[in-house]
Design a protein around this ligand. Sequence first.
Ligand SMILES: NC(=O)C1=CN([C@@H]2O[C@H](COP(=O)(O)OP(=O)(O)OC[C@H]3O[C@@H](n4cnc5c(N)ncnc54)[C@H](O)[C@@H]3O)[C@@H](O)[C@H]2O)C=CC1
Ligand SMILES: O=C(O)C(=O)COP(=O)(O)O
Length: 527
Amino acid sequence: MTKPKVLISDKMDPNAARIFEEMGCDVDVITGENPEQQIARIGEYDGLAIRSSTKVTKEMLAAAKNLKVIGRAGIGVDNVDIPAASAQGVVVMNTPFGNSITTAEHAIALMFALARQLPEANAQTQAGTWPKNGFMGVEVTGKTLGLIGAGNIGSIVASRALGLRMKVVAFDPFLTPERAVEMGVEKADLETLLAKADFITLHTPLTDQTRNILSAENLAKTKKGVRIINCARGGLVDEAALKAGLDSGHIAGAALDVFQTEPAKDSPLFGTPNFICTPHLGASTTEAQVNVALQVAEQMADYLVNGGVTNALNMPSLSAEEAPKLKPYMKLAEVLGSMVGQLTVDSVPRISIHVEGAAAELNQKPITAAVLAGFLRVQSATVNMVNAPFLAKERGLEVREVKTEREGDYHTLIRVSVKTEAGERSVAGTLFNNVEPRLVEMFGIKVEAELDGSMLYIVNEDAPGFIGRIGTLLGENAINIGTFNLGRRAAGGEAVLLLSVDGDLSAGLLEQARALPGVKTVKALTF
Ligand SMILES: NC(=O)C1=CN([C@@H]2O[C@H](COP(=O)(O)OP(=O)(O)OC[C@H]3O[C@@H](n4cnc5c(N)ncnc54)[C@H](O)[C@@H]3O)[C@@H](O)[C@H]2O)C=CC1
Ligand SMILES: O=C(O)C(=O)COP(=O)(O)O
């Protein structure tokens, strides 16, 4: 097997390259290239490991013909076009905890730097002015810290601030009252936080809801003398309004680690008194960089080599232990989905996936994703397990998942049902010897068939001589029959014939089959 190829395109701790190699990948480390150079190169890689400098745009993804996974050695993924990656079936992973302590510590460091004007005092002292009387600071003890965003980093900042004997007021719509009590913070709405806080620190992702959360209007609602710290993302604070607030003296200080446009080589804020900044250094400690490099390489290589999925933002997690157990189920799920997709002509508003027996003990998300991939492949050849759930949503397909732990006729079963204009139709399959997918029921008729390669599907009225006529027709067209599966509702009722054949079934042959007496439906299927 050829080794998966990975490109590390941003500066990363060397442990990442080492882990990729140890886990069976070829790796190139090529940093500092411009987007055109990266686009020209990306086509040959299966994996792309990045930090925040590489911009994974639609254009880059369009050129990334072999790409299977993007790994972000860090937290924020706003530099990746996730919808475009998902549409293309590329898994996007991050390392959600590796640099949180480090970033929280940077926020606390900036808070102290603001409280005691450390950068300016340092610069003037080293300039030889001994400015002992020019730097009157403030204590943080007893002051109120307003925390916007109380997730991983926000909660670490809160714990450090409480240790410094500060009061913490948190605004986070997803923070439960119980969690707020556990954290020792006061849960508040944004207005209350703005009115109460002596220091405000931001720890949310940049989304449509958080963009400009510290707008000119909201900055005007803050307490006079407030100090503001942003170690999350540029775009959360209105930089022009921040400058105006510093100039007027309403804001006593501001510290930014992140800017709306990065790299920020020029900004109206530069040179403003009581403004300090760092060049997106929140995650830059030896410890954090080793953590995220090791973790991103392990996760990506695990996916590329073993199919394990961890910390993906656009796919359900799947551990390396689960992956081999789930693989035959995913194959079964995909062929069942594909069968329903190929046999359904109407538009389908709803698809239901019912797992029973041993299948019910497994992680159902990958099974559902595999059914959807099989089902939607008739409509789009590029669909896979990553993009199938998104595509289903986009097309308004309602997806239902049902689990029954009790075994029925089989020790394990997956049933896929669709709601069509003609009513509910379903197919079901099991695994023989826990590995071999078998169709065991279609549209209420019991069968036992392998779904593989080229197949001929016929629904006809059960009548003597029919099988012979089909055999003759295929023989006359030089088509060899591999397997032959027959099922019927009742003697003389509707019967289903499913044949695997060597070679392609021509349109002419299908027409001839349709012309045979008693035939209702004829279809060529491919698995
Ligand atoms: N400066 C740097 O180098 C670094 C920056 N970061 C950034 O820090 C930010 C936070 O990271 P984590 O704490 O790990 O993320 P997280 O996902 O654990 O926490 C984010 C919190 O924001 C909250 N939130 C979402 N929408 C909100 C809204 N409209 N108003 C208030 N709160 C809202 C969420 O409920 C969540 O609790 C991210 O933007 C990340 O990219 C992370 C690492 C390093
Ligand atoms: O992890 C994050 O979200 C960060 O912002 C860190 O960015 P970086 O990896 O230092 O470019």
